[in-house]
Design a binder for this molecule. Structure first.
Ligand code: NAD
Length: 254
């Protein structure tokens, strides 16, 4: 049993109960962490507050990670409310017009936004968290196998995820002397709001069922369990790693 009592965890990226962020939040809260949950905009506030009410002691905060002032303000709130952070989860990704553009046709502005929200935000959040992680900590993000291999319709998000995975390794190196670990989970496909932006997503789900060694798709709570492990002291020797939670799909050839 992992015990996170006395630890403060902040989870970014809650949209609704299907969000991977929600599965991770539940697991961190069950383990005893004091939890802060962040949502992007007022539109998501009620849903976030209703879900958070199920997790004792959890507070919600609004933060659009594409806005520096929002990041500064929310970390100021964390400092005032908690005085420190032990765990940060970045479960955020966005690429505009994924259904229209293949990589070749991606306009500069769509490329910029995909990388700003899906990659740079991890760097910005890690930088803001560092002073609050004076005793060390864990930073975790979510990636997908489309960073390594070409998947139909994943398009510019695949390019962004490759950047995100490289950022994990460089941040792990930058923050290692501060005892802050930085890792990513490469989750198998899960039906979430973000997944709705990918055309023919069910084709990917079906391929996993057919080919993955476990012959099924992963459940978000299984990603939550791995996030709990990676955020805990049990993973104290792991940093800069991309851990697959995909029912083994990534090991298959044909
Ligand atoms: P989701 O739609 O529930 O979560 C994505 C979150 O990103 C949302 O809460 C959204 O509000 C947030 N977000 C987008 N732009 C933002 C901004 N500017 N500021 C703050 N928040 C912003 O979907 P999800 O599938 O849970 O996605 C979470 C992460 O998991 C993403 O990085 C996604 O790429 C990754 N992932 C998803 C899958 C999958 O199949 N669902 C697989 C592997 C990795």
């Amino acid at each position: 049993m992992i015990d996170l009592k006395g630890k403060v965890a902040v989870v970014f990226g809650l949209a609704n109960k299907r969000s991977i962020a929600w599965a991770i939040a539940q697991k961190l809260s069950e383990a005893g962490a004091t939890l802060a949950i962040c949502y992007q905009s007022e539109r998501l506030q009620r849903e976030a507050e209703e879900l958070a009410a199920d997790l004792p002691g959890t507070k919600t905060f609004r933060c659009d990670v594409s806005i520096d002032a929002d990041i500064d303000a929310v970390f100021e709130q964390f400092k005032n409310v908690y005085g420190k952070l032990d765990i940060l989860v970045h479960s955020i990704g966005f690429a505009p017009n994924m259904k229209i553009n293949n990589v070749l046709r991606t306009p500069r502005e769509d490329f910029r936004m995909a990388h700003d929200i899906s990659v740079y935000s991890l760097i910005a959040l890690a930088r803001a968290a560092e002073p609050l992680m004076a005793e060390g900590g864990s930073i975790l993000t979510l990636t997908y196998y489309g960073a390594e291999k070409v998947f139909p319709n994943y398009n510019i998000m695949g390019v962004a995820k490759a950047g995100l995975e490289a950022a994990v390794r460089y941040l792990a190196s930058d923050l290692g002397t501060k005892k802050i670990r930085v890792n990513a989970i490469s989750a198998g496909p899960i039906k979430t709001l973000a997944a709705r932006g990918i055309s023919d997503f069910t084709t990917i789900l079906t391929a996993v069922e057919q080919r993955a060694p476990l012959h099924r798709n992963v459940d978000a709570l299984e990603v939550g369990n791995t996030a709990l492990f990676l955020s805990s002291d049990l993973a104290s020797g792991i940093t800069g790693e991309i851990t697959f939670v995909d029912c083994g799909f990534n090991i298959t050839g044909l």
